[in-house]
Write a protein that binds this ligand. Structure first.
Ligand code: 3HC
Length: 288
């Protein structure tokens, strides 16, 4: 049986999705603990939340002060400290099945017996992750989009063992955070959105690999004429070229040569300073 009421949330992983999800939960009124394995990673994540809340406050988008929201965010490096009293745990660690299974195995020991155990994986099997615990019915996918504070959608993904009560509680949590949940009832690789969105970035990368287009022309075409908020290369840099790369590899698919080159060079996009664009000086995208 899962908890009736969610009050405390633990987010595991303070990277761009983790700190964004922690911010969203704090904005939804929840007490949140943001946890990562190193103190400087947690501090970086916390500072990103501070920056983002400051921006929202500046634009009059908050009902309370940024400080009041930030007061609901705690930090931790120890797993036990982060999850021992959590009603909902959201794992946002790197996309590595072994790592995620290890975390979920540890949650059996440290999280309350009735806690909901959610994963923000964008492509790994919820079923396989859930089988690392002795309570797979309480495991669910909560797939947020980058940047979580600005993107409305959350995919609530069923694994083969997920109980309805778990999925419904996760969807209610998303709604309480002012998000729109959709249920994905089959644990298909990439769920719904990435099955549609990754090809947008992948097709452009195949064209670039074949020297059939340029980065700027493609992005400009999609933004100025296609009406998209970001072109495929800017979006890939924003979400991480490695994310699409691993999603495709996980599905046993061939990837565009330019993805291989970028991932091999560690040029993942915004988070590593370089991707298709150079982000070291400012945002790096300039369509002029
Ligand atoms: N928090 C607070 N403020 C923010 C912010 C954040 N996280 N991000 C940007 N801002 C601020 C900017 O600094 C800027 O402030 P300023 O006016 O003072 O300069 C202001 O918001 C406006 O920002 P932008 O000009 O960048 O533009 P928009 O707000 O109009 O849009 C966007 C930004 C929402 C990111 C938009 O470009 C967009 O929708 N892009 C596509 C994103 C997308 O598709 N995400 C999904 C990716 S797939 C995914 O995540 C799944 C995963 O599994 C791979």
């Amino acid at each position: 049986m899962v908890v009736d009421t969610i009050e405390r949330v633990a987010v595991l992983g303070a990277g761009s999705m983790g700190h964004g999800i922690a911010e969203v939960a704090a904005l939804g009124g929840y007490d949140v603990t943001l946890r990562d394995v190193e103190a400087d990673l947690v501090r970086d994540g916390y500072e990103q939340i501070e920056w983002s809340l400051g921006k929202l406050e500046e634009k009059g988008a908050l009902d309370e002060s940024a400080e009041a929201v930030l007061d609901r965010v705690d930090t931790a490096t120890e797993l036990d400290a982060a999850v021992h009293d959590a009603d909902l745990v959201i794992e946002a660690a790197p996309e590595n099945m072994e790592l995620k299974r290890e975390i979920f195995g540890d949650l059996d020991e440290f999280a309350p017996a009735d806690a909901i155990l959610a994963t923000n994986t964008s492509s790994l099997s919820i079923t396989e992750i859930s089988e690392a615990t002795d309570r797979p019915g309480q495991v669910v996918g909560t797939h947020f989009f980058n940047p979580p504070v600005k993107m409305d959608l959350v995919e609530v993904v069923y694994g083969d063992h997920t109980d309805d009560a778990t999925a419904e509680a996760a969807a209610a949590f998303a709604e309480a955070c002012d998000k729109t949940p959709i249920f994905v009832r089959k644990d298909v690789n990439g769920f719904v959105v990435n099955n549609v969105l990754v090809p947008f970035m992948e097709e452009a990368a195949w064209m670039l690999s074949a020297d059939e287009t340029t980065i700027r022309e493609t992005d400009a075409a999609m933004v100025f004429r296609g009406g998209y908020p970001m072109g495929p290369f800017e979006l890939a840099d924003f979400t991480g070229i490695d994310i699409g790369y691993h999603a495709r590899k996980e599905a046993g698919r061939e990837v565009p040569p330019v993805w291989e080159e970028k991932v091999e060079a560690g040029h993942y996009g915004k988070k590593s300073g370089k991707g298709y664009y150079d982000h070291e000086d400012g945002d790096g995208v300039d369509y002029e």
